[in-house]
Design a protein around this ligand. Sequence first.
Ligand code: NAD
Length: 426
Amino acid sequence: MTTSQTVNKQSMYETVLKQFNKTADIINLHSNIRKILGITNNEIIVHFPVKMDDGKVEVFTGYRVQHNNALGPYKGGLRYHPTVDVDAAKALAMWMTWKTSLAGLPYGGAKGGIQIDPRNYSDAELERITRRFTYALGENIGPEHDIPAPDVNTNAQTMAWIADTYMSTISSSERSQNQHVVTGKPVGSGGLEGRDRATGFGVYLTIKELIKSKGENLKGKTFIVQGFGNVGYWASKFLTEDGAKLIAVQDAHATLYNENGIAVEELSQHSSPRKGSIKGFSSANEIDPESFFGLECDILIPAALGNQITDDNAYMIQAPIVAEGANGPTTSEGEKILLEKGVTIIPDILCNSGGVIGSYFEWLQNRNGELWELDEVMNKLEKKILQVFKKVQTEVNDSQTDWRTAAYVIAISRIETAYNQRGIFP
Ligand code: NAD
């Protein structure tokens, strides 16, 4: 068990509020809009019973927090993890609002999940838990209202169960048109070609562009990744294919190091059958988890949970670039130390926005009854991510500020404009 598993949930919410208030001061956000955006619209908590394989019944607690929908339907992932609770979901929902706004998408922000460790349940139990959670959420989700997606410990299969349950419990006349109640589905069930790699691709692309702007390229650059799930794996794959070298990986079970490089595909093949654990991989040495953040490298990618880079470990970080694949991996105190050291942080709402952009494409594909091909998706994704990257880069240069502040200024200003234009009902 790594020490970083001790996640301070309360301060994740504090982090997002600090970031928001800082930006609100910078842009002189109107006090009315400040009040609205400083709080979450809806916090839904459901308790629901599920029959276990041994015949006993367990009652689970699920959450869905909807922060703001000024720009469009709520959008955000569902996470299955022991740290899921209302505060964590509130923080993550707010980050989604900023992220969708920054990307120029017609969405608001939401997040949710179930407080469980899925490793303790069989696949059949996970299916029943997911279906019953969907049923309990009822009309709180919907293709034009709130659209969940995969997050930590949920995947395309989870989304397929949700879509099937949702469509099975609404009126038969609406059934066929509601596949887009979730995104991140398997390709055979309305999913988008390339959605699986969209987030990792965005992480890779934003790192590549940042390095390009310094007149360098990825060849020979070393990187380390915390989290080897969907985001960590795909980001590592794209980066190594472009000449960078993965020298260390940390997941919830082990920390691996090999200065000569870790083969991404081999590690993935090793970890997949072990419920995603990298432990026991023979082509790298297992090292002390405490030493991970201090390893010498060119790029550090936190791609696991929130609040991993704090004032306890930020001083150790040697990487000049931190690319936030995860949501909220850096606390405000951790960030202050990094910025003082001259580290460039590619903030989560930019760095991992490829995921929600891919989700938007899937939603459009389903809504319009179309089927897009992989090349088409990757080209559109690249174009959109680069547009967002350039927007933030321009703000960084114009205002001589850090990347997170620049991204927040753009994101929150867009929502302010929407409120100014439409007013407050009634
Ligand atoms: P995942 O479940 O596929 O993988 C999570 C990884 O993190 C696993 O390797 C797990 O072992 C590791 N991990 C968990 N606890 C850890 C700990 N304490 N220390 C080190 N490693 C730990 O999840 P994912 O979909 O890859 O999501 C990872 C992060 O990226 C999350 O913060 C998520 O919110 C964010 N994100 C995901 C997407 C997406 O499309 N999946 C999109 C945007 C952002």
